[in-house]
Design a protein around this ligand. Sequence first.
Ligand SMILES: Cc1cc2nc3c(=O)[nH]c(=O)nc-3n(C[C@H](O)[C@H](O)[C@H](O)COP(=O)(O)OP(=O)(O)OC[C@H]3O[C@@H](n4cnc5c(N)ncnc54)[C@H](O)[C@@H]3O)c2cc1C
Length: 413
Amino acid sequence: MKLLSPHYDVAIVGAGIVGLGQAWAAAKTGRRVIVLEKTRQPLGASIRNFGMIWPIGQPAGTRLEIALAGRKLWLELAAETGLYCRSSGAVFVATDADEADVMREFADMGPRLGYQVHYLDHQQVVDASRFVRKQDAIAGLFSETELNIDPRQAVVALANHLQSRHEVRICWQTPVTHFCNGALVTAHGDRIQADRFLISQGDDAIHLFPAAMTGVELVSCKLHMLRSEAIAQDMGPMLATGLTLRHYESFQSCRSLDAYRGRIARQWPDLDRFGIHVMVSQARTGELVLGDSHQYGQDISPFHDECIDQMILQALRERFVLPPAPVQRWQGHYLKRLGHTLYVADVGPDVRIVNALGGNGMTMALGIAERMWQCWEDSELLRGLPDNAKASPSPHAAKLQHRDEANEAMRDQ
Ligand SMILES: Cc1cc2nc3c(=O)[nH]c(=O)nc-3n(C[C@H](O)[C@H](O)[C@H](O)COP(=O)(O)OP(=O)(O)OC[C@H]3O[C@@H](n4cnc5c(N)ncnc54)[C@H](O)[C@@H]3O)c2cc1C
């Protein structure tokens, strides 16, 4: 077994946004960093997403602050690298009165809590985006803080920037097989020694430290995504709908949400069953990025169900006028920690797992990394930034929680 280099300050497993974000933050403090990635280029969740930097989804307080700090870092990275980054904001479109009620309630309290949002009446929402179906939209919510990046470009740009400007060493096609006697061991037989190790393996996480990854409310999630053909113009604000209000914790403080959520559950149970809420962003090359669905844990099959894509497209077409047929489809997977923003676990002296940023990794990873390198023992991060509104989980989280409790009861018998 050989030693890849004498010694690093920091060695990181995984070149997704979490690993690269940690590498950027560590390198900015002057540390010598190496990143080990098993694939020849980033291929995980970090290049399969919408590219929505989405502070509006985070609850007020620490999580919103971290999201806004992350937003600043994306703008800094865009200024330094020239990567595609639209300060587009986002429009949520309401087609029913109960959705509009939630949006009005959120617009009323949002500015006090740190959100830059305002309510849109029918004419304003129609004027806000040329994709909105005039005859169906009744109102909307505009949020100013959202950024649209292109993840297929952004993650590669960050990796290149780390190598050229911060002298980070990134070893592609270098799977890490285990950790032994204070060193990471790669499939090529190299041993990597460092003062500090970070393990950010995304959804692949079970292999390196299996004991640390079981029994901690971690669950995989599979998502369906689609892409339209390219359009020539800038799409304007990114798009979401009332359905999205059910998905993000920020809206759970709205009293009117329960009634709306109840109606969707009764009227469109398959939207809850497949975790569908629809959103639209734009790729650097003009295509519209469309999605998505969420299937968790044991509901995940290796196969791509066309009916889910059709439900996503139908929900989109009921609210927006979009280019005709998708030209690309794919799946993404991430790890989610129920009731938390992330999972941090110290599995040895200076060996730390950072993972399970769920559906918010592009928004949160850079801000979390910056904060972690400012204070390694930050207690809020170590606890994984638990949800404020645990009493009222999303339908999917509630279903999973219920199943976990049932499994637990069975194990106890
Ligand atoms: C369809 C979809 C849409 C999303 N939309 C958004 C969005 O718009 N906004 C947002 O904020 N978030 C979004 N997310 C969430 C976000 O993409 C994820 O939270 C984030 O990308 C997770 O990053 P990661 O680094 O943990 O994982 P990954 O990107 O999967 O990276 C992990 C890396 O570790 C490597 N690895 C694993 N094991 C080893 C090993 N043993 N040795 C070496 N390398 C290893 C893998 O090859 C991989 O490259 C979305 C996610 C999906 C799937």
